[in-house]
Ligand binder design. Structure first.
Ligand SMILES: Cc1cc2nc3c(=O)[nH]c(=O)nc-3n(C[C@H](O)[C@H](O)[C@H](O)COP(=O)(O)OP(=O)(O)OC[C@H]3O[C@@H](n4cnc5c(N)ncnc54)[C@H](O)[C@@H]3O)c2cc1C
Length: 382
């Protein structure tokens, strides 16, 4: 049984390992020229807290030892589900028995930023190459603006501060990490970041960005102006599934799969950020990608006895130096869900969200005290 996997991220690697375990011959394609790496750790590479070699998942020899043919620097541009084949951008053609799409997501780059991204004044932080480009600039700049106050934006801001930069976050929502934290938890998070010296510009959209000196000047919706040599875009991602031969809708929104990670085509599976599950809110997560990849790798080799992916609650964990944040499950009050505060101070906020006696969510900002104990009691709903 020959399995072709497109994308060597968290889902692709997990799928490859599982398929090999079941006796398949696996070829794993990556358009990136680097050994597969832990994507969440690229922020530490960008801001000098680790080197690129520290974040590779496995050394080169591991792929040989595990009989996985790793094809780096090769973008797959065409999938043929009838012939069960893949074609690379260089015209190489490969035949398989099953194909797994694990192409992840792409960072959202708003139109105002496109030209400036090319000049290196605005940058997403999504790949190891982005991280290395940012790292190359750090020593020659003073000011960075992070656009987006989600978990990745906040981690980037903390690490940039640690690297000695003046840091501002621009967020168009009224509170930080609005998807993961209740307003009170988010308020404490803002306090902590401000105390550390990070400037927060909340509730404001970006109206204009133009070049100034060695950097750019950003004009926000209230008319405020802020200068930075580097603007980091951290406004989320969208499934990266624009490959010829995939259904049009899948190219736009991601590949819809069932809980066995099967698509509409019997020989095509999908996992990770590229896959969309019916009635489940999409959320970029390495943990989820890993779980789905295992299921896809296992099922692609079988003709029956398929296993199912068991979804888990949305979870965020952020630890850097003396900063700690956890959020899992439902964290906001709504209908019959009530937030119960465990501890609240200027620098700490811990609460659980309950429906009657059931804990449906936990959030902890500034301290992770007893998080594991509460997590054991969590009733996961999606
Ligand atoms: C800065 C950052 C921090 C993050 N932090 C966290 C965190 O703390 N916790 C967490 O759970 N998640 C985090 N995430 C999200 C997590 O990294 C992703 O959800 C996860 O990597 C998804 O895994 P994947 O295998 O689906 O896709 P990816 O890891 O994105 O891998 C997909 C791979 O496929 C390749 N590819 C795409 N198209 C093609 C093609 N046509 N041909 C060949 N190769 C192709 C891509 O280049 C890429 O290497 C973070 C993401 C970023 C960017």
């Amino acid at each position: 049984m020959k399995i072709g996997i497109v994308g060597a991220g968290h889902a692709g690697i997990a799928a490859a390992q599982e398929a090999v375990k079941s006796g398949a011959e696996v070829t794993l394609f990556s358009e990136e020229g680097f050994l597969p790496y832990y994507r969440p750790r690229i922020t530490s590479v960008a801001f000098l807290q680790s080197g690129e070699n520290d974040i590779f998942m496995h050394p080169k020899g591991w792929y040989l030892d595990n009989k996985i043919t790793l094809v780096l620097g090769t973008k797959i541009v065409k999938v043929n589900t009838t012939e069960i084949s893949l074609t690379s951008e260089h015209g190489e053609y490969y035949r398989f028995d099953k194909i797994i799409i694990a192409t992840g997501a792409k960072p959202i780059v708003p139109p105002f930023a496109e030209a400036l991204v090319l000049q290196g004044k605005v940058s997403p932080l999504w790949t190891i190459q982005d991280a290395l480009t940012i790292r190359g600039k750090i020593s020659s700049i003073k000011n960075i603006v992070v656009v987006g106050g989600g978990a990745i934006g906040i981690e980037s801001a903390l690490r940039a501060l640690d690297a000695g930069l003046n840091v501002s976050i621009i967020e168009k929502a009224p509170s930080l990490m609005i998807r993961n934290l209740s307003p009170k938890a988010s308020y404490t998070l803002s306090n902590i970041l401000k105390t550390k010296g990070i400037k927060l510009i909340m509730n404001e959209a970006i109206e204009e960005v133009h070049e100034k000196n060695n950097g750019v000047e950003i004009e926000t919706s209230s008319g405020g102006k802020i200068y930075a040599e580097l603007v980091l875009l951290s406004i989320g991602g969208a499934p990266n599934t624009k490959i010829a031969g995939l259904p049009k809708l899948a190219m736009e929104r991601g590949l819809e799969v069932d809980f066995q990670t099967k698509t509409q085509s019997p020989n095509l599976f999908a996992a990770g950020d590229a896959a969309i599950f019916k009635n489940i809110q999409p959320y970029c997560s390495a943990l989820k990608a890993n779980g789905q990849g295992k299921v896809a790798g296992f099922n692609a080799v079988k003709n029956d006895n398929f296993v199912e992916y068991k979804p888990s609650a949305i979870a965020v964990e952020l630890k850097f130096k003396n900063f700690e944040l956890h959020s899992i499950g439902f964290t906001k009050e709504e209908n019959n869900k009530k937030e119960e505060v465990i501890e609240e101070s200027a620098a700490t906020y811990r609460s659980v969200t309950k429906r009657n006696d059931d804990i449906l969510g936990i959030q902890m900002v500034g301290s992770g005290k007893d998080f594991i104990t509460y997590k054991k009691q969590l009733k996961e709903e999606f």
